[in-house]
Write a new protein. Sequence first.
Length: 177
Amino acid sequence: MRARIPVVEIMTQTPVTIHGDATAKAAAGLMREKDIGSLVVVDTGKPMGIVTERDLVTKVAAEDKQPSRVLVRDIMTSPVVAVHPHEEVAEAAKLMAERKIRRLPVVKEGKLIGIVTENDILRIWPQLIEVTRESARAGLESQFAKGIEGHCEACGVYSTNLVWDRNLLVCPECRGG
C-alpha cells in the first residue's frame, strides 16, 4: 500500500512569478538570477500562464526576435494546467505524464500558492519516474525517435535528445556506455 501524500507537502511555497507585460529579456534574466527553468505568469495573484526556458528558445531565439521587444504574455503557455494543494502526489505525476509537462502550479480558490515540479516528486518518491515517464515505459519508445527532453539519468546533463538505453533515459554521449 502506498502512502497518500498531498502536493502541499512537497511543493515550493514561493513560486517565482512574472507579469504578462514583462519582456522576454526580463523573464530570461529572472530565470538566470533565480537559477530556475520557468516562471508562473500572474495577474493580481491569479495564474494566467507559464513561461519556460523552452518558450524563450523556440518562440524568441529561434524566431530571431529581440527579447526586449517580446512580451511574456505573447510566448507563455496558457491556459495553466494546475493542481489543488490537497491532490495526491501520484495523481499530480499522472497529470504531468498525460499533459507532457514538468511543472504544475498549485492553485487554491483561484490564487497561486505554490508550484510542484517533476524533480520535486522524484526527490521524495523516485519510484514515480515510472508514472511521470509512463508512456515511454509502456513500450511507446518509437514515438520518441526524435528524443525526449530532460536530464540524462546517467550523467545529469540537460538534453533535448534523450533516448531509452538499458532502461534509462540517456543523452547521446552516454548511449551504449
